[in-house]
Design a protein around this ligand. Structure first.
Ligand SMILES: [Mn+2]
Length: 655
């Protein structure tokens, strides 16, 4: 990418900025960014910066809420056996914990059932409901699922078992005939905010239940002990952090920072969180969610639920180490499947595809979404990753930029066994025969598919001397960052770099040191290597972070993009040169390269070092293999661009 893909946000009006600075007593920099976010009156900016209880909507305004709390109270006080039916991702697990803990406060006989991703699948299912009812369930409450569970819900209702659905997923045309459906976008409701997550909806039910329907005007009137869970669920589902979600998440993070429950303390400790390091939305995204989600991806999410609900630090530590082991295993599986999927996706037959569909035989089902995301980062195209299980391909897709993958894939609905999702992410199942058809049909449409990278919105250009930990702390008042409240993005025009190195086992990351002790980190971008070789003179954009190390805090710029001058002619010349060497190798596979290095280098008029580098590039690209000094052409090599080789990038940069 280059600067051409950076979109400088308009500079806010001077008068507006001055007014915000003087009336809210905030820094010039913060005032500018707050104004750029659209809060350009002191009142609007104040409301944004100080999320208040008054932003929370009355839970009783949710559809079917009165009937729901009346039925739940009746069941709780009457000693009925209540089952909370949840989901295995972090929003689902936190929703479950919220509902169970709220009902426990009322002294209810309540247990949780979290369906297993592999044996039950997502959402209500008849077999699971049958079993729950056989085991004595008298009331089923769904959280973070249910609106599409018509069959199972109606089965239970027919058995005389009431089902209360609380959910936030897309509403189907025909809703299940449940006892009640609590959903922020229910067609017959008129709740003022539609973007609660499952945990958000569960929290609203808990609030109404525990306050007997009274509205809360003070935080003490909220079930504060559940706020941490609602923040986790909402952040994990990446719902819009505006309106009441901003309040719920802000209060929840505050709760986690002040008095974390034992399970969260244990997870954070394992994740390397420092004692003085505050938990922010990023901490949830990078440290907590992957761990909690790893459990449901590989096995039974009950472990996550137990961990979150544990009251005992010792028990929590034991459970957390089990979670840690699963997370490590999850990472290993991801790398393994990613390796195989990447090899396929980079091969020649996918080169022209605008939407890449890769399928494997025995790739682990639980991590295909993660693999798809990682491939999107590498290929800069939408990617669907499928794996064959019991004769049917199942998997996940992730989009690139703002391309509407759902809309494209929805055109082939007749080919799928199951299909669901939204613009940026989806899941599907398809038979092998239909998969072939699908790939053919999408390929035939290739020319009409337009996938573009989303431009990066840049707030401000900062001079390097302005990069201080103070400005980081200053910006923290805009937390929680996330969906619809992005972290500010800064550009550095041409910072002078003190030192520059690569990191990672494939040297795929870069790390620079600027003046003021500022660190610049760039992950998974071998194409940024020229920055390391020629550290000065590159414009770059990124977000600010703080690194806590041995009690010291260092400001970091986390790179989103680097502006690299394009040397087109140079690359063409290179390509030809590499091609000549490739041809030479092709015709001389019986020549001992190692013994004749001098001669060959001379023939090509290059140094031995450069010749070695070129061969190394071919090895990295899988074009050749080397045995006992002989260089052999790999006849099955996929066509790849030289620039995908890390060594080539370094070679280019070093010249
Ligand atoms: Mn959810």
């Amino acid at each position: 990418m280059s600067q051409s893909n950076w979109h400088m946000l308009p500079k806010p009006n001077d008068k507006v900025v001055k007014q915000l600075v003087s009336q809210l007593n905030i820094s010039q920099l913060s005032a500018m960014i707050v104004a750029q976010k659209g809060y350009d009156s002191p009142e609007a900016a104040f409301q944004y910066l100080k999320p208040s209880m008054s932003t929370l909507h009355d839970p009783m305004a949710l559809h079917d809420m009165a009937a729901t709390i009346e039925r739940l109270q009746e069941a709780a006080f009457g000693g009925e056996k209540i089952v909370v039916y949840g989901d295995y991702d972090m929003d689902g697990v936190t929703s479950t914990a919220i509902m169970v803990e709220a009902l426990e406060v009322l002294g209810a006989d309540v247990t949780a059932y979290i369906p297993n991703r592999f044996s039950d699948g997502y959402g209500p299912n008849v077999a699971a409901y049958q079993k729950l009812i056989a085991d004595g369930a008298q009331l089923i409450v769904t959280v973070d699922n249910g609106v599409s569970g018509n069959e199972a819900v109606e089965y239970a209702m027919a058995q005389g078992i009431d089902v209360i659905i609380t959910d936030h997923h897309e509403l189907p045309a025909t809703l299940p005939k449940a006892f009640a459906i609590v959903h922020p976008r229910h067609p017959e409701g008129n709740y003022p905010f539609g973007d609660l997550s499952g945990a958000g909806v569960a929290f609203k039910v808990a609030q109404a239940l525990l306050s007997d329907g009274q509205t809360a005007t003070d935080i003490s009137e909220l079930p504060t002990e559940l706020l941490d869970l609602v923040a986790l669920g909402e952040l994990a589902d990446m719902v819009s952090l505006t309106d009441e979600n901003r309040v719920l998440v802000a209060l929840g993070l505050q709760q986690i920072n002040q008095a974390p429950r034992p399970g969260l303390s244990a997870i954070l400790k394992n994740a390397g969180q420092k004692d003085n390091e505050p938990v922010i939305s990023e901490t949830v995204g990078f440290k907590i969610a992957p761990r909690i989600n790893a459990v449901g991806r590989l096995g039974d999410a009950d472990l996550s639920l137990k961990l979150l609900m544990s009251q005992d630090p010792e028990e929590a530590a034991t459970l957390a180490s089990e979670v840690e082991a699963l997370n490590a295993q999850r990472q290993e599986i991801v790398e393994e499947v990613l390796g195989a999927a990447k090899q396929a996706a980079l091969s020649e037959k996918y080169q022209q595809d605008k939407v890449v569909i890769v399928a494997g035989d025995s790739w682990h089902q639980g991590i295909l979404g993660i693999v798809a995301s990682r491939l999107v980062d590498i290929l800069h195209k939408p990617v669907i990753v499928l794996s064959l299980v019991d004769g049917i391909y199942k998997g996940s897709g992730r989009t690139f930029g703002d391309f509407d993958l759902y809309q494209l894939m929805n055109d082939y609905r007749h080919l799928y066994a199951t299909f669901g999702g939204h613009k940026s992410a989806l899941g599907l199942a398809i038979t092998p025969d239909n998969l072939k058809k699908l790939i053919e049909q999408i390929r035939s449409q290739n020319d009409q598919i337009i996938v573009k990278p989303e431009p990066i919105d840049v707030n401000l250009v900062l001079p390097p001397e302005a990069m201080t930990t103070e400005i980081y702390h200053d910006l923290q008042m805009m937390e929680p960052f996330g969906t619809d409240n992005p972290q500010p993005v800064f550009a550095l025009k041409s910072p002078s770099v003190v030192s520059a190195v690569t990191m990672g086992n494939a040297k795929q990351h870069i790390k620079l040191k600027l003046q003021n002790n500022v660190e610049v980190l760039g992950f998974n971008h071998p194409d940024w290597l020229p920055v390391v070789a020629q550290p000065n003179g590159h414009a770059m954009v990124g977000t600010l972070g703080l690194n806590y190390f041995r009690g010291k805090k260092t400001l970091q710029l986390l790179l989103l993009d680097v502006d690299l001058p394009v040397q087109k002619d140079d690359n063409e010349e290179h390509k030809r040169f590499f091609a000549t060497l490739y041809k030479f190798i092709y015709h001389n596979q019986t020549l001992n390269f190692a013994e004749n290095l001098d001669k060959i280098a001379k023939q090509f008029n290059i140094s031995k070092k450069d010749l070695n580098i070129m061969v190394q590039v071919f090895i990295e690209l899988d074009f050749v293999t080397v045995h006992d000094g002989f260089v052999k052409i790999n006849p099955n090599a996929a066509q790849k661009s030289l620039t995908t080789s890390t060594t080539y990038q370094k070679y280019l940069a070093g010249r």
